[in-house]
Design a protein around this ligand. Structure first.
Ligand code: ZN
Length: 152
């Protein structure tokens, strides 16, 4: 049906990432030679050019580095969902990794605020990555009177 939400299309490199989301974990490739996390998944390390890697569970924590509100209906399945927010997250383990995901904040995100991964099941059976404010950090964020984002 044309109004169904699009399902992920895992490939050989990304299948473990999608399996991780289905298991409630944010898993990334980690180079077994130099320890660098890789995103998106790929065959070769961007730091040392090694082909060797393993999949590791990450904390699922990060900070908002940017966000947008989408008003345009790019696919019929999103017709009743606009406007919606998409966030770009800098991961705690490697802030240079920026991941895109949906937003479950119930309000606008704030650049620099702490967030946690949320695993959002789709009607078709897959699980996609969303993000939500980190409730453990809520008190700390309120005490930041300037509201300014912190440096990576
Ligand atoms: Zn490496």
């Amino acid at each position: 049906m044309i109004d169904e939400l699009p399902e992920p299309t895992p490939d050989l490199d990304s299948q473990p990432f999608w399996d991780g989301l289905a298991a409630g974990e944010l898993r990334l490739q980690c180079c077994t030679r130099c320890g660098t996390l890789r995103w998106p998944a790929r065959a070769i390390c961007d730091r040392c050019a090694s082909f060797d890697a393993e999949w590791v569970a990450c904390s699922g924590r990060g900070v908002v580095s940017s966000w947008i509100r989408t008003h345009q209906v790019f696919a019929p399945a999103f017709r009743d969902r606009v406007p919606y927010v998409v966030v770009r997250i800098a991961l705690e383990e490697r802030p240079g990794i920026r991941m895109i995901g949906g937003w479950q904040g119930g309000r606008d995100p704030v650049v620099g605020e702490a967030v946690v991964a949320r695993f959002a099941p789709r009607p078709g059976g897959s699980v996609v990555l969303d993000w939500a404010p980190d409730s453990d950090e809520a008190g700390a964020a309120k005490s930041n009177a300037s509201g300014a984002p912190t440096a990576d």
